[in-house]
Design a protein around this ligand. Structure first.
Ligand SMILES: [Zn+2]
Length: 532
């Protein structure tokens, strides 16, 4: 019997099992259908309710609940001996969160409802109009907005006109404020830190959202930059640009441009390192980031402690090459008054690419080699001759440093040439390199007038012309400090970038520094009246 029973069970068991499974499946289907129907009904009801919203308002009951909640929260703080104003601030913010979230949701809904359902390109009214909800991550938390959408027959595309009106991007839940916060935080600090900082300001945003959104915002900034640069390409746009800047200035001014570069570490071929190495392909990790700044000399001054400050300046920063930098810098220079200036002064170190690029784009510019780089080249010779840090090296270099400051570069070159016969071959070659450096830059080495003017200012005997001259920078310190500031974000230990990633974030940071943040986030004007 057992022998018989077993095969019977064996035959029946899968049968029973499959029947039960079918029943379970049917039950599951019924449940899912019920859920969909319920959700559909709920959604339809919510959509219908949303469609009637015309104003962002709280009901009396909601206001009453808010007041009661707030009173209870504050009472708790009052009774607690150790809770200070910080607790009051936190409790008010926590209590206001829900009413503010509701207000934001209703405000957005009212705006969505008031938006005509037409094609943003051809203005045709959309057909097949329906409602669809989407989730938003806003300043005040998450909520859902319903908006109409429809089909544009001429353009053959579905449109959600309310999304454009609200400033929402496709497939990204961030509200414009959250877009801005992501851009601001992630261009200043790594996303894992940004999550925690945002949380302290009452914004619960994931690392993933911050990272993705900041990158998207960076691409938006790059597009805005490209549009601004495109104005350089047509005669009409250029005329408009020149017209947009104010009329002739009350006094002539000099436009100062400083250029430099630093390098960033990128992981070019993710996951292919070993394979590429095996093929003997060189892997370059370090790439140049080109940096420039432009400002009017009359916007440069001194603090009480004699530190140089520049009240208004523009920046150009890019990974896209020297040409890209010079083009961006030229665009910024126009905004700084390139059309009205009586001269341009370029200050940089000895890098050949800089001077070639300057020659092309600013052919009439006065050129200056950064004084401190010139000094360093002399110190290099001194250390080679007498050993690094020796008193002999210092003694030898001192009169030569003075020659640089007195614009006696030919005499300096002669001194170095006279040294050469007594040197061994290796040292001879090193000194020759420095001679060539000074020869190629001697037309850029004019410091004497500035130093004299500064002395006259200190003595109180300066003429008006000397006052102007004294304000001219001797070196490219302004751009070098800019490089360091960018490096604080982009050159942290263990950091690897990708080119699209770093360029996008650096573009955002540069919009911020150039005072152009409101071009990306127009709502900023509301809280920064100076931008209006
Ligand atoms: Zn259309």
């Amino acid at each position: 019997m057992t022998i018989l029973a077993t095969p019977t069970r064996r035959r029946r068991r899968p049968h029973v099992k499959s029947r039960r499974a079918r029943q379970a499946q049917a039950e599951q289907n019924r449940r899912v259908t019920d859920q969909i129907l319920q959700a559909g009904t709920a959604l339809a009801a919510a959509a219908a309710a949303a469609a009637t919203v015309t104003q962002a308002q709280l009901t009396d009951a909601e206001l009453q609940a808010w007041r009661q909640d707030l009173e209870a929260r504050l009472a708790t703080v009052q009774q607690h001996p150790e809770q200070n104003l910080g607790f009051i601030e936190e409790q008010i913010a926590l209590g206001a969160r829900e009413p503010l979230r509701l207000l934001a949701q209703r405000g957005a809904q009212a705006k969505a409802n008031a938006t005509p359902c037409g094609c943003p390109q051809c203005q045709t009214e959309l057909v097949n109009q329906k409602y669809l909800s989407r989730q938003i991550d806003s300043r005040f938390g998450q909520w859902v907005v319903f908006r109409r959408y429809g089909w544009c027959s001429p353009c053959e595309v579905w449109h959600f006109p309310a999304d454009y009106a609200l400033g929402l991007a496709q497939h990204a839940p961030a509200s414009p404020y959250v877009q801005e916060v992501a851009a601001l935080l992630v261009s200043k600090m790594p996303p894992e830190q940004a999550v925690l900082v945002a949380e302290r300001f009452g914004l619960k945003l994931s690392r993933c959202l911050l990272h993705r959104e900041a990158h998207r915002q960076g691409l938006k900034a790059e597009a805005a930059r490209a549009a601004s640069l495109a104005q350089l390409d047509t005669w009409e746009d250029l005329q408009q640009l020149a017209g947009a800047t104010e009329g002739p200035p009350a006094q002539p001014f000099t436009l100062v441009i400083q250029i430099d570069a630093w390098n960033i570490r990128e992981r070019d071929a993710w996951g292919q390192t070993e394979a590429l190495r095996a093929q003997g392909q060189p892997l370059s990790r370090w790439h140049w980031v080109y940096v420039g700044t432009v400002f009017r000399l009359d916007h440069r001054g001194q603090t009480a402690g004699d530190r140089a400050v520049i009240s208004q300046r523009r920046y150009a920063v890019t990974r896209l090459g020297v040409e890209a930098l010079i083009r961006q810098l030229y665009r910024e220079a126009i905004d700084c008054g390139l059309g009205q200036t009586n001269e341009v002064l370029v200050i940089a170190d000895g890098a050949v690419w800089i001077w070639n690029a300057v020659h092309d784009r600013f052919p009439d510019a006065r050129q200056r080699l950064d004084l401190y780089h010139a000094d360093q080249h002399l110190w290099t010779v001194a250390h080679e001759l007498y050993g690094p840090g020796t008193p002999e090296a210092a003694q030898w270099v001192r009169p030569l440093l003075q020659q640089i400051r007195k614009d006696q570069t030919p005499a300096l070159i002669k001194t170095l040439q006279e040294l050469q016969p007594g040197l061994d071959q290796a040292l001879h070659k090193k000194v020759q390199t420095q001679i060539e450096y000074f020869e190629s830059h001697q037309n850029r080495m004019h410091y004497r007038q500035i130093i004299q003017a500064r002395k006259a200012v200190a003595k109180g005997t300066a003429t008006p012309a000397q006052h102007l001259k004294a304000n001219e920078p001797l070196g490219s310190g302004a751009i070098e400090s800019t490089c360091r500031q960018y490096q604080c974000r982009f050159k942290r230990t263990g950091q690897f970038w990708t080119m699209p990633g770093d360029e996008a974030l650096m573009c955002l940071e540069t919009f911020w520094r150039n005072g152009r943040w409101h071009e990306l986030y127009p709502h900023v004007k509301l809280t920064s009246p100076s931008l209006n």
